[in-house]
Design a protein around this ligand. Structure first.
Ligand code: F6P
Length: 319
């Protein structure tokens, strides 16, 4: 048998550990893996390398993806889906494993519907915005990376008695910001899923100041507000000096944490088992401690919900 493999969309720490797990599980079952370069762009260009156990050695601890990745706009069109389907069929692939996020999975599902080739999605994104899985490969690493930076910011915020607005990634969702906010003891968390006006932010800061806090950290999801505007308003209404830090793409890099690596090993292995067990369009999901299949139709059409209780807990703990 022969399966295709690609890492697609934004990279996430743990993608290399996933590639290693997929390839070594496949090799142990005499299955060939075509590793496509640069995500869907490599599939469209039919650019691949047949991977073996040695080629994926020494990569588990590295961030990024050694197969490279890209955002392939063409895959949003019928033309892209049809071209990719033809190329995969020409290569006589018995299955396709896509490591990535929601956009990548939508394209994989369309490829399956067009070509009937079985597809498995392995969730790897720092956004953790995929419904059906508790968490995604790379999410835990991104939280830790952001925390390392915010702990340092806290030192200078305290010394200068300033408020820092720290913008974290997450596209239009607040999963990363919420966990980072909880773990960093942020005074305020701004996420798109829970409304908080600039007046509310100022009122909360004034209240925490009344309670004796002379500095503060506002964790802001990139999809939630305009930080420049927020700085102006806080400085105008309150006596705080405000500084802004955008953590940006550093959150996507670095060596994966133990949790991200272990998840990558489990999901990478499961992807091969799912294909061999006749699964045709599933995501390798973690629910509790179990790796289970979740239909890609569900993942691609449902919106993952934020746990509002965690938001409330974070607020309570930062008084
Ligand atoms: O989806 C992962 C992510 O890092 C988002 O959090 C962010 O909005 C986006 O990708 C950035 O994309 P790019 O790397 O294309 O600028």
């Amino acid at each position: 048998m022969r399966f295709g493999l690609a890492t697609t969309g934004g990279d996430a720490p743990g993608m290399n550990a996933t590639i290693r797990a997929v390839v070594r599980t496949a090799v142990s079952k005499n299955i060939e893996i075509f590793g496509f370069k640069r995500g869907y762009a490599g599939i469209l260009a039919n650019e691949y390398d047949v991977l073996d156990a040695r080629k994926v050695g020494g990569i588990m601890h590295l961030g990024g993806t050694f197969l490279k990745t890209s955002r392939a706009e063409l895959m949003k069109s019928d033309e892209g889906i049809s071209q990719a389907s033809q190329i995969l069929k020409k290569n006589r692939l018995d299955g396709l494993i896509i490591v990535g996020g929601d956009g990548s999975f939508k394209a994989a599902l369309r490829i399956h519907n067009t070509s009937q080739i079985p597809v498995i999605g392995i969730p790897a994104t720092i956004d953790n915005d995929l419904p059906g899985t508790d968490t995604t490969i790379g999410f835990d690493t991104a939280i830790n990376t952001a925390l390392g930076a915010i702990d340092k910011i806290r030192d200078t915020a305290t010394s200068h008695e300033r408020v820092f607005v720290v913008e974290v990634m997450g596209r239009n969702r607040g999963f990363l910001a919420l966990e980072v906010g909880l773990a960093s003891g942020a005074e305020i968390i701004l996420i798109p899923e829970i409304g908080c006006s600039q007046e509310d932010v100022c009122a909360k800061l004034a209240e925490s100041n009344r309670k004796g806090k002379k500095s503060g950290i506002i964790i802001m999801a990139e999809g939630s507000a305009d930080c420049l505007n927020l700085k102006d308003i806080i400085e105008k209404k309150l006596s705080f000096e405000v500084r802004i830090t955008r953590l940006g793409h550093m959150q996507r890099g670095g060596s994966p944490t133990a949790f991200s690596r272990i998840l990558a090993c489990k999901m990478g292995s499961a992807s091969i088992d799912f294909l061999l067990n006749g699964r045709t369009k599933d995501m390798t999901a973690i629910q509790g401690r179990e790796i289970v299949p979740v239909d890609l139709d569900y993942t691609c059409t449902t919106e993952k919900q934020i746990d509002k209780r965690v938001y409330e807990q974070a607020l309570t703990l930062s008084i």
